[in-house]
Unconditional design. Structure first.
Length: 317
């Protein structure tokens, strides 16, 4: 009997086909075999899966172009980079890769039905599970040091430090994704749960610390915050809201898997939790692009309509 993959991922509830052994071709398969269905096992509980599918379609239509725009913008501004650009670029590339793999995955399910395609899809899910939280944590760390430890930040502004950290995160990402692709590791799902819990706690602490430091940095006897610090305060506040919206649902739901009925977790909790993670592939680049004065390949009028960037006021005395 062919063994069904049992992995803790967004594929666990919908996209978990039965792999064919290497020595058996499709011609040897009984023609009465049940065809693949995206709602397999959840035919009467489809709402959670539909929600995740809608999010994935949104990522393809909006998230992938937005991430390519982020990459183009970072390349265009490479002569005047910010300290977080390398993390933003890696994050945008990984999110674009994940978005492009979604239609390829469905082609494999319905047409190719190859073991290699299934393994490539599991690898892409591993990349998404790990790269987003880790690179966001790097961005939070960069801002945390810049605001709370400016002297140390000045000594660590060299690109080699961020490049080394990015290589380390990529190694962790590809190691996790490879392990997910191979499968069969005992209690492997706990790695993802522990990662989400740890990175979520770290990002919340970092952003709250930054907000607290900016809030109390008003000059003596001044009621208004410096315009640049006020801008930074609003940016970090919006990013904190995005982090909470994207990561709080899985953080709050996944550790309590044993308290749910198996079908309720598989058909409702898991797809909904991963949907909130998936939508980060679109929200993150849109937030970045909305704060730019100019975006490559987009007319200025379009950017002004959707930008949340404040108009520049007079320079402080």
């Amino acid at each position: 009997m062919w063994e069904r993959y049992n992995i803790y991922s967004r594929t666990n509830y919908t996209l978990d086909p039965i792999p064919f052994p290497n020595n058996i071709t499709l011609e040897h398969v009984n023609t009465t075999h049940k065809p693949f269905s995206v709602f397999d096992g959840c035919e009467h509980m489809v709402e959670g899966i539909l929600f995740d599918l809608i999010v994935q379609c949104f990522n393809i239509a909006v998230g992938v172009p937005a991430n390519f725009l982020v990459i183009a913008t970072l390349i265009q501004n490479r002569h005047e980079p910010t300290t977080s650009d390398i993390f933003l670029g890696c994050l945008a590339f990984m999110d674009a890769y994940f978005g492009l793999m979604v239609p390829i995955s469905f082609l494999n399910f319905y047409h190719w039905r190859s073991k290699e395609g299934w393994m490539a899809m599991k690898f892409s899910y591993g990349v998404k599970d790990t790269s987003g939280p880790l690179f966001l944590s790097c961005i939070c760390l960069d801002r945390f040091v810049a605001v709370l430890f400016p002297i140390a930040f000045g000594q660590l502004k060299a690109i080699k430090y961020r490049l080394s950290l990015s290589v380390f995160v990529l190694c962790l990402t590809f190691t996790y994704a490879s392990a997910k692709m191979i499968g069969g590791l005992p209690n492997f799902e706990k790695v993802f749960t522990g990662e989400i819990l740890a990175t979520f706690a770290w990002m919340v602490v970092c952003n709250l610390s930054i907000l607290w430091a900016l809030k109390r940095s008003r000059g003596a006897g001044k009621d208004e915050m410096h315009p640049m610090k006020k801008k930074a305060f609003k940016m970090v506040l919006s990013l904190l809201a995005i982090i909470v919206c994207n990561y709080l649902p899985p953080v709050a739901l996944f550790p309590f898997q044993d308290h749910y009925a198996p079908m309720a977790f598989t058909c409702y909790v898991q797809p909904a939790g991963f949907a909130f993670l998936n939508i980060s592939s679109t929200i993150q680049p849109l937030v970045y692009l909305s704060r730019l004065e100019k975006v490559p390949f987009l007319p200025q009028s379009f950017l002004k309509r959707f930008s949340c960037k404040e108009k520049k006021g007079p320079s402080p005395a």
